[in-house]
Ligand binder design. Structure first.
Ligand code: GLN
Length: 279
C-alpha cells in the first residue's frame, strides 16, 4: 500500500502535459477514492489500497497522454450542476455560462417561454436554463443520437421534465412552431485552427467543434433559417469564437436582425452575439 502523499508526488512528476498537474492529480485521486479534496490535505499519510493505486496510476498515464480530466472522471460541472460527459459531446466550458446568463435575463421567471437549443451536445445550456425557469419549455436538438442520449441522461439526473429532445440536423426535424428564444453553442472553430492540435480539443468530437474554413458554416445555417422559427421580436443568442464578433454581427445584419449586441465572457473575450427578430 502507498500513502496519499506518495501517490500524489509520483503522479505530479509523471503528468507533464498540463499546467495544473497538482490539481489534476488531486482530482483524479479524489475521483478514484470518492474523497472530498479536504481529505487529502487532512490525511496525507493515509494508505491507499493497491487496487485503487493501480486504477489511479492508469488514469494518470492517460492524463499524461493528454486525455481531458472530464473524460477521465466522466463528469464536468456547469452552472453548478454536475453533468456526465463522454467523447460524443463537447466538454461544457465556463465561457458558455455567459450565454446562459444572457438568456436568463431574457426569460421572465413567471412566463412560459418556448425555447429552442440547437446542437445541445451534453445538454448543458438546455439543462441550466430549464433548472432556472421551470415554467418554460425547451426543445433541445442534436444531430448525434449518442450526444442526445447523454443530454437526456443529464436532464433525468437533475429531474428536469421541461426539456424535449429531438434528433435533428439544425432545423430539419423541428415541427413548425414559433419560439420565444433560440440559443446555440454551435461548432465555430476554423478547420485549420492550430488549437485543434492542442489540449483537450484533440479528444473532443470534430462535429461539435469545426465549422468550415472561417468557422461560420453552422452559424450561417442557424441565422439563415432562424426567422422561420422565431416569434415576433424574439431573440436569438449564439456563442462564437473570440475573434468572430465582426463576422457574426454582419451575418445577423444580413438576415435582418435588429438590436444586435455582443457580450464578453469572464475572461473579457467577445463570446456571445444576440439579435432580435424583425418578424
Ligand atoms: N470554445 C471551444 C474552443 O474554443 C469551441 C466550442 C465550439 O466550437 N462551440 O475550444
Amino acid at each position: 500500500m502507498t500513502t496519499i502523499a506518495e501517490l500524489l508526488r509520483e503522479a505530479e512528476q509523471r503528468i507533464n502535459c498540463s499546467d495544473t498537474t497538482k490539481l489534476d492529480a488531486e482530482i483524479l485521486l479524489c475521483d478514484v477514492m470518492q474523497f472530498n479534496r479536504s481529505k487529502i490535505y487532512a490525511h496525507p499519510q493515509q494508505l491507499i489500497p493497491d487496487d485503487k493505486s493501480v486504477l489511479f496510476k492508469s488514469l494518470i498515464e492517460q492524463r499524461r497522454q493528454g486525455h481531458p480530466i472530464a473524460h477521465l472522471t466522466g463528469k464536468k460541472e456547469f452552472w453548478s450542476l454536475e453533468l456526465a460527459v463522454n467523447e460524443e459531446t463537447l466538454i461544457p466550458r465556463p465561457e458558455t455560462e455567459c450565454l446562459v446568463e444572457a438568456a436568463l435575463l431574457m426569460i421572465p421567471d413567471e412566463e412560459s417561454f418556448n425555447i429552442l437549443d440547437l446542437g445541445t451536445g451534453s445538454g448543458a445550456i438546455a439543462i441550466a436554463i430549464a433548472s432556472e425557469r421551470s415554467n418554460s419549455t425547451i426543445v433541445a436538438t442534436d444531430i448525434n443520437p449518442d450526444a442526445l442520449d447523454m443530454a437526456k441522461k443529464n436532464a433525468a439526473s437533475h429531474a428536469l421534465t421541461n426539456i424535449k429532445f429531438l434528433l435533428s440536423d439544425w432545423y430539419k426535424n423541428i415541427p413548425s412552431q414559433s419560439f420565444d428564444l433560440i440559443v446555440s453553442n454551435p461548432p465555430y472553430v476554423k478547420q485549420d485552427d492550430k488549437h485543434l492540435s492542442q489540449g483537450d480539443v484533440r479528444f473532443e468530437p470534430e462535429l461539435a467543434l469545426v465549422a468550415g474554413k472561417d468557422g461560420m458554416k453552422a452559424i450561417n445555417i442557424i441565422l439563415e433559417n432562424a426567422n422561420g422559427y422565431l416569434a415576433s421580436d424574439a431573440f436569438l443568442l449564439i456563442e462564437h469564437g473570440y475573434d468572430q464578433k465582426a463576422l457574426v454581427t454582419h451575418a445577423f445584419q444580413i438576415y435582418g436582425f435588429k438590436q444586435i449586441k455582443t457580450l464578453q465572457d469572464l475572461s473579457g473575450q467577445d463570446r456571445v452575439t444576440y439579435g432580435q427578430s424583425s418578424n
